[in-house]
Design a protein around this ligand. Structure first.
Ligand SMILES: [Mn+2]
Length: 394
């Protein structure tokens, strides 16, 4: 057996060893304790986030208990709410109305006017338009249900009223990387839409009988708008199973799709023509095309909220184009939306360069600069992604 004999020769070794033991006790140990604390915090966080292929019974049970207890519920979604945010929120709003529970649906800003046919749309509170009323409603809430977002940045100024609030918070969402901003979180990235998850939850917690035709219409709208009518983000059979069930509530699928896509003004179609004809740049070498619209472009075509919705998808119809973007000039920044085909991660570009994020094939962000500067920035980063952009297009 090998061991050190304490001799003068290896005295130095023992001194060094003692020094390291001392070092460990004094410095590393407190660090380990702190680290361990954060580890436990993280474990707690991950335990809270239920990332499963389907809804868990513990989430259903706990979220239902909170809803049963609550008397004053606030439903909350993200800024620039899309069809999924509005459809999921209105589904809850109509559900609580059927339960005779007081509920308010709040969104941070602007509404898509082409969705105003949805039941409850006119009752939605736009925080930006009535800040003090919004703050008051949030203050008196005894439950907050957050849908179709998972990060405080998506709340803009509403975050200051919501995050410090001590009432229980439930979050249901399908975006990647959920932030720890709620007590009960149901996160399923494989889901086509939040609407799909809201259906799962309502069915599991309150049974199919709780789903009215109105609720089914709201949820169907959410699924249709988030999947481009099942053209992307919808390869999971759960989506179609749920859509099948929604149809069983007697909704008129064709009527809803017509209301979503054929409900624009003449100006919107002319703006699309102008955008594609004069404001689209195609960069074949990068498999990329983008549209850029200034405030002047929008004004000349009597822009209404939601008019540019879907424009970003058109460049992807060009052969060889796998990545498309639209840049829209705002007061002091430029709004950016990205779409991609296949494996190209549009959300990575949004996250790394445009303070945004989203799904792999559909993402968004913003750039605090003029339209011209934003476009320059976009073109300058494309070489970074060239190898991914051209592989599929060959
Ligand atoms: Mn969504």
């Amino acid at each position: 057996m090998f061991f050190y004999k304490f001799t003068y020769k290896n005295k130095h070794f023992y001194q060094t060893l003692l020094y390291y033991i001392h070092f460990f006790v004094l410095i590393i140990k407190p660090l380990l304790i702190v680290n361990c604390y954060f580890c436990l915090q993280n474990i707690n966080y991950y335990l809270k986030i239920i990332i499963l292929n389907t809804i868990s019974s513990s989430f259903t049970k706990n979220a239902k208990a909170e809803i049963d207890k609550a008397q004053n519920i606030v439903i909350l979604s993200h800024k620039n709410p899309d069809g999924d945010a509005l459809g999921s929120g209105l589904a809850f709003y109509n559900l609580f109305a059927n339960f005779n529970k007081k509920a308010t649906f709040i969104v941070p800003n602007q509404l898509l006017v082409y969705l105003k046919w949805m039941d409850g749309f006119n009752d939605i509170i736009v925080f930006e338009n009535n800040k003090s009323k919004g703050q008051e409603i949030i203050k008196s809430a005894d439950l907050i249900i957050m849908i179709d977002f998972n990060h405080r940045s998506r709340l803009s100024q509403v975050a200051d009223s919501v995050l410090p609030h001590k009432c229980p918070k439930i979050l249901i969402d399908h975006h990647p990387d959920p932030e720890n901003i709620a007590d009960l979180i149901y996160s399923r990235i494989s889901s086509s839409s939040t609407a799909e998850m809201v259906y799962e939850f309502i069915e599991a917690a309150f049974g199919k009988d709780a789903v009215s035709k109105t609720i089914a219409e709201c949820l169907f709208t959410g699924i249709v708008t988030d999947t481009g009518t099942f053209s992307y983000n919808s390869s999971n059979q759960i989506t179609f199973k749920i859509v099948g069930e929604l149809l069983s509530f007697g909704i008129d699928k064709d009527y809803i799709i017509d209301k979503i896509y054929n409900n624009y003004s003449e100006y919107r179609l002319r703006l699309l023509g102008h955008a594609i004809n004069s404001k689209m740049k195609v960069l074949h070498e990068y498999g990329t095309a983008y549209i850029y619209l200034s405030q002047k472009d929008m004004d000349s075509y009597n822009f209404e909220q939601g008019d540019t919705e879907g424009f970003v998808n058109f460049p992807l119809s060009i052969k060889g184009i796998v990545f498309s973007a639209i840049f829209i000039e705002k007061d002091n920044y430029t709004k950016c939306s990205f779409r991609s085909k296949g494996d190209f991660p549009a959300n990575l570009v949004a996250k790394e360069h445009f303070s945004g994020g989203g799904h792999k094939n559909a993402a968004g962000g913003e750039y605090k600069a003029s339209l011209k500067k934003t476009i320059e920035q976009f073109e300058s980063i494309l070489p970074e992604y060239k190898k991914y952009l051209t592989v599929k297009s060959l």
